[in-house]
Design a protein around this ligand. Sequence first.
Ligand code: ARG
Ligand code: ZN
Length: 896
Amino acid sequence: MRTDTPPTIYRKDYADPTYLVDTVEMGFDLEPSLTRVATRIFMQRNPAGSNNEIVLFGEELELVQLRLNGKVLRAADYKLAGGVLRIPGAPAKVVLEIETTTRPDRNTSLMGLYVSNGNFFTQCEAEGFRKITFFPDRPDVMAKYTVMLRADKKAFPVLLSNGNLIEEGDLPDGRHYAKWEDPFKKPSYLFALVAGNLVCQEEKYRLKSGREVLLQVWVEDGNLDKTQHAMDSLINSIRWDEERFGLELDLDRFMIVAVGDFNMGAMENKGLNIFNTKFVLANPRIATDIDFANIEAVVGHEYFHNWTGNRVTCRDWFQLSLKEGLTVFRDQEFSADMIGTDSGRAVKRIDDVRVLRQAQFPEDAGPMAHPVRPDSFVEINNFYTVTVYEKGAEVVRMYQTLLGRDGFRKGMDLYFERHDGQAVTCDDFRAAMADAGKRDLKQFERWYSQSGTPRVAAGVHYDAKSRTLELTLEQSCPATPGQKKKQPFHIPVAVGLLDSKGRDMPLRLDGEKSAAGDTTRVLELTKARQTFRFTDVAEKPVPSILRGFSAPVVLQYEYSDAELAFLMAHDSDAFNRWEAGQRLATRRLLKLTTAVQAARQSGHVVSFETVLGNQDQDSALSDALRITLRDETLDAAFRELVLTLPSETMIAEQMEVIDPHAIHIARQFMRRTLARDLRDDLLAAYKACGTPGEYSPDADASGKRALKNVALSYLVELDEEEVLTLAQKQNDEANNMTDRLAALGALTNSSAAGKAAALEGFYSEFEKEALVIDKWFTLQATARNADVNTVRTLATHPAFSLKNPNRARSLIFSFCNGNPSAFHALDGNGYAFWAEQVIALNGSNPQVAARLARSLDRWRKYTPALQEKMRHALQQVAASSNLSRDVAEVITKSLS
Ligand code: ARG
Ligand code: ZN
């Protein structure tokens, strides 16, 4: 382990900046091997600051010269240590001139200024600007920027930065320049530049106000046939934010640029969004329905940041969820509104909750658990998490649930009225919601300060004589790192009651004059335990609790199998209808998993099939799924969700001690059982949804493809010639990537004779499409028969590179996170491979390395034999030299 333990930064230590910046002028002489940056900062002492020391951050920079108010500073005039440059005793008004150099072509961290495929890009959030120049690189220092870019004209014909292009022209020696001015104050993390050989699709768009804006999507030459969907998504985003939130694009020009080497999804730099190619490039040939949907969501997300993030930004990085939770909520709502139908909205909601449960609930239960607004961090890049993003979005959604849609909109309006142009906190947002809605949201603060997933246990008591129903809700929250005891949360619990025919019953709470019109009621649980009494309840109902997943909690209620099947068939709340099926499936999967473990223990296993076959006589699940599958009044997309079993990771979350192999065997057994039970209905659904016309990514068409392909994936479990032929045919004839990839996956996981040829054919057909080759790697890394040796072999493929984050994720991450039974092989070889990869990535790209490091953070949850091997691998990484702050933080917290 590194000897100099990196320091922990605490939220409670926040101090105002000592100097504020008015304007920044920057000049770049761009050369891949050595770029010169001249920066002029106009600053003044901050009345709220505590002293007259200027504090600048800078990393991996060569400082050429530093001048203060025209005077060259000598080494004795300032202190430079550990990435911080301090100039004590500075005057009230300062013009600071800084000359630095950097080496973009050697920057493999992809933070700051770097080169990707010969072009220049930047990534400054969270603290990348300090790799470009010395600066008070913190989000509460907002300034206006003017940027001059100079570069070789042939190699870098396109020069872009934030804001408006105000001048361009030629220079001697084949060079040229472009000058950009951003009229808006912004924090340094929103700075961006792009220089290179790029082409764009552009469109003029008229805003509601009548103003015309220029929209551009920039890509490498040869990719202009893949930009239309991103452009459409941008236009839809602009229109949606005007309509839903009354927020207008404030710039005359808005650019999106795609880059193949990118650590995250995309970045909301003012007026110059920079995107991972994965979230820009699409056409039916190369992109799946999920890709199309993701592009719409991410384009929306980054665009919506222009108001929630850029116009109003974060005071400090502990407040990250202020912009991320809110903006994820906004992109979720945007995607839902783009589908438009109620059932479509429900499908989107289910998708979002699945992500939350699959990724955030485990985080909240592990050693990296942190509140939505963390109290401390070592490396801020480690806190771009599902908790800050997805749980943060749930927290924002709860305001809307509590205040209503109009109330929420009033809160948003007040938030902008108060804070436009400011860097603020999560408390400021909550205050705007409380004040606009005239609500006391004091207790609601605990959603920001307490980590862990709350449990809500429900119990009902129906009294036929008095016709009353008592619903008792009891909340608790498990201990998390640094937080042993939790205080009660303010939890909105949406509830409905179903009569014996499956209809919603009128709801009248004790003390109310009459039943409300609405048959879903949002109860507010604020105490540890509360009882809600419904009166005038004509018969004993089946309760539908936590409708629409009204709060990010685990609901505990002992439904009988019959009640779950009943809810699956009747609940008017589509989310709970789906949820009932998941509960039913989870219950059976856990039983089967236990049976596998017992059989293994007894040592008498002839075949698990026999043992489990005896176990699983009950057809409740098959029967319920058949009803859903046949119900053509339901959207195909919804039926697909109901048919999809909880993932192995989801099942693992339900277990006291995780046994990945038993889970895998149980789940596979259940898939085969369902395939057998539902064979004819699956085939019928496959055929009904399978008429390929012209491709469109709309909700209806993609829903049909989803249902068709989930049917196919079940059917191939039967290993029948007829079905394998269908899969082969689909692989050969598909006119879009969704169907192609589904067929290829089905073949790969079957015994089909043609599967090797299909994989090879796919590779040669799409060799030039990096994003498709990523899918090719992922498919093999997550294939059923894959093991660590499969992945080791693939890692030697000429197309593999650890340096490209998308490629690394497609193979390494997919295996470690997406193939649990193979990764957790009993011999520990999966973990050894993981350790090697974390160490290798640590040297080139700490941020990506730290993400991979998280794959073992929940090691204490596993069987003792696996735990031991996991700890060994973690210690191996801990002991390696030159660990980055990023990886060190994850490993230290995992082992502590
Ligand atoms: N603000 C970006 C987004 O959510 C994420 C950028 C994070 N980048 C990073 N290096 N931590 O859209
Ligand atoms: Zn974001």
